[in-house]
Design a protein around this ligand. Structure first.
Ligand SMILES: *Cc1c(COP(=O)(O)O)cnc(C)c1O
Length: 425
């Protein structure tokens, strides 16, 4: 990549949430192997982001490469309307086997946001089909994040999200306060008062409750009490509201359980998976639902969705290999030891005056600062430390690939502490 290439990029290519005028520096990456990204100038960075939660087995993994290559020799893609194939069948079998028991049907799509759209359609169609024609809205909590498409945006945090920008274009949903009791700490049942009231007063128009189980990701990296989720499950049952669990970030072991719902011992009616589904190789997602939901929708109708690249065989194959790879190892002890290393490695940050909170759950480490960070200033500082960390707002956080070594984790945490120290109080 030449200087000219980078100028072209700056002039012509959108990156996530960027302006085409005030562009921050982009770091050109040429290859990635294991936990390391190699930049154009030869520098190697330890990746603390796993490319946004997804690259759980590391980059350039021989087993994942092989799965794609084998499938490539058979067919890269084929439409899913009227046709089916082994990689999709195999993957659906696996997902049904490992996800909570009531989930029995799988819809494959291209990205997490679309998986959420599909989940919402399933909920609305279910309520229509069961005669609850007034149940057309969604209830959720503040500080959530569910994606960038329109219905998904409508259930993102209304203050930090994009609600003001797209006002009028978004369906009006109902918001309960964000869960307050922390995951590791005392459960405060009083915090349910507001959400109970919403169920009580508005249930006649609520089709589903959508939530990220245990970890609110891009809306604030908050870890909340499992009791909260368990109580929401009960309220949903009481008021004929479906529970949609968005495990796009938390699925596949990240929080120490295969799915974060398991911390609360609850099963959703609809489950969204994405991100780590293919080990970070391809854009792919799945929405699972219960027999009850699928039968109601299917009795006199069809589920109204069908993307062009539905169940792409390459994506299904690499997802099969990724899930196999995860289940074949003692992933739970891997996550437990990453958790211990993150607790140890990030501890020095907690005494800094510019730090508001340090928290760790499974393979997720978060340092919350008192003030929002200036990305323009801070991103090159992380790169100088030999680590790839991309903060947002007040949050400096990591969720590394599961294959990260103790030494690499120590370097990652040290680099974070160094940068935050240098930011000053
Ligand atoms: C990332 C994410 C999404 C959106 O997934 P995309 O693949 O980016 O569309 C939805 N929900 C949660 C919880 C996520 O973390």
């Amino acid at each position: 990549m030449s200087e000219d290439d980078l100028c072209f990029d700056a002039d012509h290519i959108w990156h996530p949430y960027t302006s085409m005028q005030n562009r921050y520096q982009m770091f050109p990456v040429v290859s990635a192997e294991g936990v390391q990204l190699t930049l154009n100038d030869g520098r190697q960075l330890i990746d603390g982001m796993a490319s946004w939660w997804s690259v759980i087995h590391g980059y350039n993994h021989p087993k994942l490469n092989e799965a794609i290559q084998q499938q490539l020799g058979l067919m890269a893609h084929v439409m899913f309307g009227g046709l089916t194939h082994k990689p999709a069948i195999e993957l659906a079998r696996k997902l049904i086997a490992i996800s909570p028991e009531p989930l029995q049907q799988v819809f494959f799509s291209d990205s997490g946001s679309v998986a959420v759209e599909v989940a919402i359609k399933m909920a609305l169609q279910y309520q229509q089909a069961t005669g609850n024609t007034q149940k057309r809205r969604l209830l959720t909590v503040k500080r959530g994040y569910h994606g960038d498409t329109f219905s998904a945006m409508s259930v993102c945090d209304p203050e930090q999200g994009m609600h003001t920008l797209f006002q009028g274009g978004l369906p009006k949903q109902l918001f309960a306060p964000a869960p307050q009791s922390p995951f590791k700490g005392a459960w405060q049942p009083e915090e349910l008062t507001a959400v109970k009231q919403l169920f009580e007063q508005q249930h006649a128009e609520i089709a589903a409750f959508i939530i990220e189980p245990i970890v609110q990701g891009a809306g604030g990296m908050r870890f909340y009490a499992s009791e909260y989720l368990a109580e929401i499950r009960k309220l949903c049952n009481q008021y004929q509201v479906l529970l949609i669990a968005d495990e796009i970030a938390t699925g596949f072991g990240r929080t120490g359980k295969l799915f974060a719902c398991e911390h609360a011992g609850v099963a959703p009616d609809i489950l969204c998976l994405g991100k780590a589904l293919t080990g970070g190789y391809m854009s792919f997602a799945a929405t699972l639902c219960s027999d009850e939901v699928s039968q109601a929708i299917s009795k006199d109708g069809v589920l109204m969705h069908g993307p062009t690249f539905m169940a792409n065989p390459l994506a299904c194959s690499v997802a099969n290999a990724s899930v196999d790879l995860l289940l074949a190892q003692n992933w739970s002890s891997t996550i437990a030891s990453i958790e211990q290393e993150l607790i140890k490695g990030l501890a020095p940050c907690s005494s800094l005056p510019q730090v508001a909170d340090v928290r760790v759950l499974g393979a997720i480490g978060v340092v919350e600062l008192q003030q929002p960070v200036d990305m323009h200033r801070v991103q090159p500082m992380f790169v100088e430390q030999g680590i790839w960390v991309r903060p947002f707002g007040k949050l400096v956080y990591v969720m590394p690939p599961y294959i990260i070594s103790k030494e690499q984790l120590a370097l990652l945490c040290q680099g974070i502490c160094n940068v935050i120290t240098r930011l000053g109080g």
